[in-house]
Design a protein around this ligand. Structure first.
Ligand code: MTE
Ligand code: MO
Length: 410
């Protein structure tokens, strides 16, 4: 019996014997333990270890942890400031030495399995900085409230990922002509702890899977991928909802139809094809919903922090990042007069495709007092961030309304 089963048995029976087996040692003062007490040892792993103390906990079963926007100031997001979005439970025992990746599905010529060493040895390695933004980032802005984590705007990061191209691996396996989609499978446990259930198994069409920047990665920011972000192997697909970037990756299926794994069904990660009246639902079928692909244009003000008190008479050096899914950002503008006038900012090119772009500008305030600073990005197709929250949708996805902060001068 593995510890997983023991734990379940204990929770069901509450028996001290099962508990002792699960813990692997005697509880010396067991007779003083309050009835129903759950020893700390059996708690879920702590997602907040190594994270900034300013992180916002949305929930701990599963762990969902948001980054306050001002913490996203770094050009490359460090691990202590990366949001966490888990749908299930982090795998308990990660056996790196025997970790494998299997490529299977209807549309492979024959399934093939690689060890981590095979992947590292056999294929050319690449490093890209990639924006991973949760499809539900900004959900808290929707009224009436859409169900799901009430993310502010901090469910996004842009770290540097190292691994091999998915396309190189797929070409090595051999793909049939009828391939239309890939779907990932990870080793995290379903919340019910039922090993037959998956918490999430999503994917992308072949065209996205075969892009240069789509990686099977084992490093993040030059180190092993941190446990909560998918150690030891992760699919990383920038520019699309981060839910397609499968953590604890163990299998990729090449499908002859749109992948039908967990969280591909219902209206998960889908948008209504036509606007819906806020608060209403529509049938969760393809006729009414389409799968979210490239994420919309967006920007953040990462300095200063909202609520900042600024010295009178001084210029403010304002800065942040902007990104636009599969596209590039062409322009970032800021306003300090509630959108009456806009000032164009300096905007850098991305370090690579699908990385965020840094912007900055100097602001001179005309008088002491209260200001709001609004930022608005426009992509290379001419799409700009809306001033107001965009179309309400039942899943609360894709709120890319202009970022606003408040400051006081003097
Ligand atoms: N195996 C697995 N992969 C997963 C998830 C998960 O729960 N399990 N969550 C997805 C979702 S919804 C998001 S937004 C991102 C979050 O990545 P992060 O926790 O590294 O920030 O991982 C995605 N990949
Ligand atoms: Mo997500």
């Amino acid at each position: 019996m593995n510890s997983e089963l023991n734990r379940r048995d204990f929770l069901k029976q509450g028996s001290l014997t099962a508990l002792v087996t699960a813990m692997g040692s005697q509880i010396v003062f067991a007779h003083h333990m309050p009835p129903g007490y759950r020893p700390i040892f059996l708690d879920e792993k702590d997602a907040l270890k190594g994270k900034s103390t300013e992180m916002i906990v949305q929930g701990d079963k599963p762990w969902n942890v948001e980054t306050p926007v001002h913490l996203l100031d770094d050009r490359v997001t460090p691990v202590d400031k990366m949001f966490i979005r888990n749908n299930g439970l982090v795998p308990e025992k990660i056996d790196v030495a025997n970790w494998t990746l299997t490529i299977d599905g209807e549309s492979v010529k024959a399934p093939k399995t690689y060890s981590l060493a095979d992947l590292k040895k056999k294929f050319k390695q690449h490093t890209y900085q990639l924006v991973l933004e949760c499809g539900g980032n900004g959900r808290a802005g929707y009224q009436p409230q859409a169900s799901g984590n009430q993310w502010g705007q901090g469910a996004v990061h842009c770290a540097q990922w190292t691994g091999v191209r998915l396309k190189d691996v797929l070409n090595d396996v051999g793909i049939k002509n009828d391939a239309v989609y890939i779907g990932y499978h990870g080793k995290d446990l379903h919340l019910s702890r039922d090993p037959k259930k998956e918490s999430i198994s999503r994917g992308v069409p072949m065209s996205k899977a075969m892009e240069d920047e789509t990686l099977i990665a084992w490093q993040m920011n030059g180190q092993d991928i941190p446990e909560f972000h998918g150690y030891p192997l992760r699919l990383v697909i920038g520019g699309w909802p981060a839910s397609v970037s499968g953590k604890w990756l163990s299998r990729i299926s090449v499908r002859n139809k749109v992948h039908d794994g967990a969280k591909m069904e219902g209206h998960s990660y889908k948008l209504p094809r036509n606007p819906v009246v806020p608060g209403t639902d529509i049938p969760a079928t393809d006729e009414y919903y389409k799968i979210i692909e490239s994420m919309p244009v967006k920007s953040l003000i990462t300095y200063p922090k909202t609520g900042a008190m600024l010295d009178p008479g001084k210029q403010l050096a304002l800065r942040g990042h902007a990104w636009a899914g599969d596209h590039a950002v062409k322009k970032v503008e800021v306003s300090i007069d509630f959108g009456a006038t806009w000032k164009e900012c300096k905007l850098e090119a991305p370090v690579n495709r699908l990385a965020w772009q840094h912007w900055n500008t100097n602001i001179q305030f005309p008088a002491n007092g209260y200001y709001e600073i609004w930022a608005k990005a426009t992509d290379d197709k001419g799409n700009a961030q809306p001033m107001l929250v965009p179309g309400w949708n039942p899943g609360g996805y894709l709120n890319n309304a202009c970022e606003r902060i408040a400051v006081k001068v003097g």
